[in-house]
Design a protein around this ligand. Structure first.
Ligand code: CXF
Ligand code: ZN
Length: 369
């Protein structure tokens, strides 16, 4: 079918809105009409030289309505869905309900090219476009998704639900909230420090409040983000440029240190600080992308501290995303307050605002003029 998409043709090129021919859905695939699609910092990897094959259609936080299904997809056209990351469903971790650690995580989500080499999208010039980014490539009016990454939300949304705002639940919100509620398992009375209060960090702060943590410390260098963190549940905030952050955290939670830390920054010094703030038996989760090399103090780890990487909150999107929708409807997970909306044609402005931090979570609206 003929669709329009924001195409990135080179790492340093502006996005161009182009007519695209999208393949019919094959077995296990479906076409989703996109109502809204969030911009996540991982989409900015398209700007890294030689990182992703071009031309590419990015976008991996889509939400919309099923338009057509291929064989083996038990979703009726018209079903509202939130698109998340893709997974094989067949490896040991998928079978153990750990799809974020799917053996094929990178090829299915990050390579963006079709694994069998068969193009699923072509430009007006007849050239192939890479549209397998996170199994969706949703910076477009329509996306070719899979039965594994399309999460039906018909049980939790109604005709008045702004479906176009739900896309960020499929990656950034799920990563922050899942890290707290599922991967780290924060419980009532626990303490947690969240390093970096962008979209993922603020989702973690909201989730920590839901979990009943009593000390929730947000750390960031952006004062506006710290204000937001306070509004969304942080009991304390610290400016990241201040001296001795681990010492300041201990002054808040007690000299033993904090039970949990979550780093969203991938900045080596920040990660070191997060680990140094932990109490013995404390756990530091790492969700940031792009850190070259971290230095770990063996003396800290030997005493029973844990550092663990977390992908997509370690959740099963099919069960976790509907739960986030319910929490949002109850006003307990107000992620929509982080969103700024843009027509798809303003994808460049959305990207600039994401980079500058002007908007925490840009969401592109393909149907908006
Ligand atoms: C990504 C981070 C890098 C690995 C795959 C998942 N998360 C979201 O954008
Ligand atoms: Zn993402």
């Amino acid at each position: 079918m003929r669709i329009d998409a924001a195409v990135l043709r080179a790492a340093d090129a502006p996005y161009s809105i182009e007519p695209v021919e999208l393949a019919d859905p094959g077995p296990g695939e479906l076409i989703v009409k996109i109502a809204g699609t969030g911009m996540c910092h991982t989409d900015l990897l398209g700007r890294a030289p030689d990182m992703l094959p071009k031309p590419v259609i990015l976008g991996h936080e889509g939400a919309g309505v099923v338009e057509a299904v291929g064989p083996g997809v038990p979703l009726a056209p018209g079903t509202p869905v939130v698109l998340s990351f893709d997974s094989c469903g067949d490896c040991a971790n998928c079978r153990a309900a750990r799809p974020g650690n799917c053996a094929s995580m990178a090829p299915l989500n990050m390579f963006s090219a079709p694994l069998d080499g068969r193009p699923r999208a072509t430009g007006a010039d007849g050239g192939a476009l890479n549209n397998r980014w996170f199994g969706q490539s949703s910076f477009a009016t329509h996306a070719l998704a899979t039965v594994r990454n399309a999460v039906p939300v018909d049980g939790v949304v109604g005709p008045d639900t702004p479906l176009e705002l739900l896309g960020p639940l499929g990656c950034g919100m799920q990563t922050g909230a899942g890290s707290v509620l599922v991967a780290l398992g924060v419980r009532p009375g626990d303490s947690i420090a969240v390093f970096g209060t962008g979209a993922v960090g603020l989702a973690a702060v909201m989730a920590a409040r839901i979990a009943g943590a009593t000390r929730i410390i947000g750390v960031d260098t952006n004062p506006a983000r710290l204000d937001l963190a306070r509004e969304l549940g942080a009991t304390h905030v610290l400016h990241g440029d201040d001296e001795d952050i681990p010492g300041q955290i201990r002054a808040i939670v007690g000299s033993e240190g904090v039970q949990y830390a979550l780093d969203t920054t991938a900045v080596p010094e920040v990660v070191a600080s997060a680990v140094a703030a932990l109490r013995t038996t404390g756990v530091c989760g790492l969700v940031g992308v792009g850190g070259a090399e971290y230095r770990l103090d063996p003396g800290l780890l030997l005493m029973g501290r844990t550092v663990r990487g977390i992908i997509e909150g370690d959740v099963v999107p099919q069960t976790f995303i509907p739960r986030l929708v319910e929490l949002w409807k109850q006003g307990r997970f107000p992620f929509d307050s982080l969103i700024g909306t843009y027509p798809l044609s303003d994808v460049g402005r959305a990207e600039a605002d994401a980079v500058s931090g002007k908007v925490v979570k840009p969401v592109l609206l393909p149907e908006s003029p």
